[in-house]
Design a protein around this ligand. Structure first.
Ligand SMILES: Cc1cc2nc3c(=O)[nH]c(=O)nc-3n(C[C@H](O)[C@H](O)[C@H](O)COP(=O)(O)O)c2cc1C
Length: 318
């Protein structure tokens, strides 16, 4: 997720088994072949023998663009640098990206989706898998099946479907049943995405879409233990208790400790607030801490407030 899930976040979220793989923030491809440093910035894991998180979860490199030749050139570059899987983003709703004809704007014409996927597939051959991520459409769902089919016809090995159109942004609900219609049409694996915040959501998304696998976005930030909890449920049928504030705050503290090695403290505080903001929609204690700490700009004070034991400690810090 652009601006949110970097290599450090991928590392932290995969320390407890749960995720089969992770995806980088998108590398924006316009009309040139990008230099290696751009790929390394998005995917520092490329410097390892294989791009995996420290715990071993594969990291798929995501490209976003519309020009087949430029996508192909960058796919070859990524392959040369050690990418082991390439994902194409046809879901980004950002106005700036769409105005320049990238992300979800490609969903207005299935032929363009097919051409983009085919160009990348031809560029890397069968050496590494090419996958794609789509929404249900740009303004409406009329082309949902055609675009998904186009991705498969272009050579995508699997498809993640975010169950909303671009127009729907991030507004609930995600239309999991529409993902099911796509799954029924395609031969490649389809992965359901959108609004999976809890075990119950996972179950509903799975039931309505018929997809065995789901992709977590904001839900994994709101509850860093959601993927392991889903995994545990799949394996045992047992519901683990809700994730405690202690677990959440430990993840945030680890995040800060790693980020402060490479970023100024003030930026780390902003990033912590961003993550805490994701948590607060789903956790009362996170909401309370966010409220108490949101004006702080000093990192150590912020961390003291996050890790303080009692309500009184937080009240005093605020
Ligand atoms: C801030 C933000 C950045 C995102 N960046 C990306 C991205 O770089 N690549 C991508 O495929 N999806 C991106 N997404 C979309 C998410 O991966 C996901 O499809 C969407 O949020 C719906 O799933 P969720 O309800 O589980 O979050 C982004 C979403 C948000 C909110």
């Amino acid at each position: 997720m652009e601006g949110v899930i970097d290599a450090i976040t991928r590392d932290l979220l995969t320390r407890t088994p749960g995720f089969d793989w992770t995806v980088t923030e998108f590398v924006r491809v316009v009309d040139t072949r990008l230099p290696p440093r751009v790929f390394h910035r998005h995917c520092p894991e490329l410097t390892e023998a294989r791009p995996v998180t420290p715990a071993g979860a594969p990291v798929h490199l995501q490209l976003l663009g519309s020009d087949p030749a430029a996508l192909a050139a960058n796919a070859r570059q990524a392959l040369r640098l050690g990418a082991t899987s390439l994902d194409l983003n046809f879901g980004c709703p950002a106005k700036l990206v769409n105005r320049h004809d990238g992300g979800a704007s490609m969903l207005r014409d299935p032929r363009r989706v097919r051409a983009a996927v085919a160009a990348v597939h031809d560029a890397v051959g069968d050496t590494i898998p090419v996958t794609a991520k789509v929404r249900l459409g740009f303004d409406d769902r009329r082309l949902a099946l055609a675009c998904a089919q186009a991705a498969e016809d272009g050579g995508a090995r699997q498809l993640v479907v975010h169950g909303r159109t671009r127009r729907e942004g991030y507004r609930p609900p995600a239309h999991w049943e529409w993902i099911g219609r796509i799954r029924a049409r395609l031969s490649i694996p389809v992965i359901a995405n959108g609004d999976i915040w809890s075990l119950e959501d996972y179950w509903k998304a799975r039931t309505l879409s018929g997809c065995c696998d789901v992709m977590l976005g904001r839900g994994a930030l709101a509850d860093p233990a959601l993927a392991p909890r889903i995994r545990h449920w799949q394996a045992t049928g047992e519901h683990l208790p809700p994730t405690t504030w202690d677990t959440r705050s430990r993840v945030l503290a680890d995040y800060a400790a790693l980020q402060r090695n490479i970023l100024p403290d003030k930026i780390v505080v902003s990033l912590l607030k961003q993550w805490l903001n994701h948590m607060r929609s789903r956790d009362a204690e996170a909401a309370r801490r966010f409220q108490a700490l949101r004006r702080l700009t000093e990192l150590d004070a912020f961390l003291d407030g996050l890790c303080a034991d009692t309500r009184r400690d937080v009240a005093l810090l605020a």
